[in-house]
Design a protein around this ligand. Structure first.
Ligand code: ATP
Ligand code: MG
Length: 405
C-alpha cells in the first residue's frame, strides 16, 4: 500500500493577500525536513499540502516524515492516507485493506467523499455509499452515525489519484515559522523560558536567544543544558542562534557593593540592558521572557516594572497569566521538561538574597545601582559575548558562530 501525508491548514485559512507567501514558507520547510528522508514531492491542492513519497526510502521513512510534518507550524491537522488509482474497484479494495487498522477501537463512523475530478463516473454521495458498504462488510460491528461519528473516513478523488484516510492527528498549529519578525528570547536552563520561546515561535516569530552565565559559579554542563533545551525547541524552529554572555564580574560587584535585598533586581536590570543591546545589534524587535506574574519575588508587578522601564522595545511574556502546572504541561508536550529539571545551577541562583524585595521602589533600586559603574560593567560583559548556532540535524548539534558587529 502506498501512503502519502496530507497536511491541512489551520488559522492560515483566514489569511487573504499574503497567504501564498505563508504557503510557500511552509512547503519549503516540509521540503527541507524531507531531504534526509528520501525523495518526496511536496505540492499544494485545495487547502491541503500533499507530501508524496517518490522512492522506496521515502516510503520506508513515512513515519518519520509524518512526525516532521507535525512539527511544522501553520498546519492544524496531519493525516496519513492510502493513495490509489482512480477507479471505484481499487478504492473499495483499499478501503477494505487499509482502514481496519486505522479504525481500531471505533464504534461509529461516517464517510465523506470529495470529488475534485468531475470526470469521475460516480458522484460524491455515491462514492460515500459504496465505501461505507465496503467498510461494513469488512467490519460488521461498526455502525454509521452521520451526526456524531467516532471517526470520519474521507475519500478524495483528485486530479492525480484517489486518497482514502481516516482520522487526523493534531498538527503544530500556529503561524508559519519566521513570518512574524524576530524576537530575542532570554533563555535560562529552567522550565519556563523554553516554553515561552516555543509559544512565540508558534506565532511565527523567529527566535534568537541570549543566555547569561556566571562561570565558574555556573558550570560548563549548565551551559550545555541550555544548548540542549534550545535544540529541542529547534525541532520546531529549525535553527537558533544563542549569544552567551558572562555576568560573573557584575554579580561579584553587586555582591561586594550593594544591599543584598536588591541583588536579584539589580542583576535583572543588567540582563535587560545587555539583552536590549543584543536585540538592537541583531535585528530583534521584541524581547521574550518566561516570566509569570508572582511566580517569584522578581516577578511581582512592581519588580517587573523595575526592568520594564529600561526597555525601548516590547517585552513579550507569553506565560504571564499561566500557572506552573499549565507551563509544565506544555514543556512535557514539546519535550523540554526532562532536560529543564536536570539539577544544574543558573546565574540567578548564585547569590540569592534571603529577603528579596517584592515591592521595590525604583529610586531605591537606582540608588543601589549607582554604587557600581553600570555602563562600564555592561561594556565589559558585552566583551565576553560568544555566539553558538544550534541546528537540529547537524553533528555536533551546536557550533561556535562568528558574528559581525
Ligand atoms: P524556572 O522558573 O522554571 O526555574 P525560568 O527560566 O523561568 O525557570 P526565572 O528565574 O523564573 O527562571 O527567570 C525568569 C525569566 O528570566 C526566565 O524565564 C528567562 O526568560 C529569564 N532568565 C532567567 N535566567 C536567565 C539566564 N541565565 N539567561 C537568560 N535569561 C534568563
Ligand atoms: Mg520562571
Amino acid at each position: 500500500m502506498r501512503e502519502v501525508i496530507l497536511c491541512k491548514y489551520g488559522e492560515l485559512i483566514l489569511k487573504g493577500a499574503n497567504r501564498s507567501e505563508f504557503e510557500a514558507k511552509m512547503m519549503k520547510e516540509l521540503r527541507q525536513r524531507a531531504k534526509p528522508l528520501g525523495k518526496y514531492t511536496v505540492q499544494y491542492a485545495q487547502s491541503t499540502v500533499f507530501v508524496i513519497p517518490e522512492d522506496e526510502e521515502a516510503q520506508d521513512n513515512i513515519d518519520r516524515m509524518t512526525e516532521e510534518a507535525k512539527h511544522v507550524f501553520g498546519f492544524a491537522g496531519i493525516s496519513r492516507a492510502a493513495a490509489c488509482e482512480k477507479n471505484m474497484e481499487t478504492i473499495l479494495a483499499v478501503a477494505r485493506d487499509y482502514l481496519p487498522e486505522r479504525m481500531a477501537g471505533c464504534r461509529t463512523f461516517k464517510v465523506e467523499a470529495k470529488r475534485s475530478d468531475k470526470t469521475f463516473p460516480l458522484k460524491s454521495p455515491e462514492i460515500s455509499g459504496e465505501v461505507g458498504g465496503a467498510i461494513l462488510s469488512r467490519m460488521p460491528h461498526l455502525r454509521v452515525d452521520v451526526r456524531n461519528p467516532d471517526i470520519i473516513v474521507k475519500v478524495e478523488v483528485r486530479e492525480r489519484e484517489a486518497y482514502v484516510h481516516a482520522g487526523q492527528e493534531k498538527g503544530a498549529g500556529g503561524m508559519p515559522s519566521r513570518t512574524a519578525g524576530k524576537g530575542l528570547l532570554l533563555l535560562s536552563g529552567g522550565i519556563d523560558s523554553p516554553v515561552a520561546g516555543f509559544m512565540m515561535a508558534k506565532r511565527g516569530v523567529e527566535i534568537e536567544a541570549v543566555h547569561f552565565d556566571s562561570f565558574p559559579y555556573t558550570s560548563e554542563r549548565a551551559r550545555e543544558k541550555v544548548f540542549e533545551l534550545a535544540k529541542i525547541v529547534t525541532d520546531y524552529t529549525s535553527r537558533m542562534r544563542i549569544h552567551v554572555i558572562s555576568l560573573t564580574h557584575i554579580q561579584e560587584e553587586i555582591r561586594d557593593h550593594c544591599d543584598e535585598d536588591y541583588f536579584t533586581l539589580l542583576l535583572r536590570r543588567y540582563m535587560m540592558a545587555l539583552s536590549l543591546r543584543v536585540a538592537h545589534n541583531f535585528g530583534c524587535k521584541a524581547l521574550i521572557t518566561g516570566e509569570s506574574l508572582a511566580q517569584v519575588a522578581s516577578q511581582t508587578m512592581d519588580a517587573l516594572a523595575v526592568t520594564d522601564v529600561m526597555a525601548d522595545m516590547p517585552v513579550y511574556r507569553p506565560l504571564i497569566g499561566m500557572d506552573k502546572e499549565e507551563i509544565i504541561a506544555i514543556a512535557r508536550k514539546i519535550g523540554t521538561f526532562d532536560t529543564s529539571i536536570l539539577p544544574y545551577e543558573d546565574c540567578c541562583t548564585v547569590f540569592t538574597p534571603r529577603h528579596p524585595r517584592t515591592r521595590p521602589e525604583l529610586d531605591k533600586v537606582l540608588a543601589e545601582e549607582r554604587k557600581i559603574d553600570f555602563d562600564a560593567l555592561c561594556d565589559e560583559a558585552w566583551q565576553t559575548r560568544r555566539t553558538v548556532l544550534v541546528r537540529p540535524y547537524a553533528e555536533p548539534y551546536y557550533e561556535e558562530h562568528k558574528t559581525q558587529i
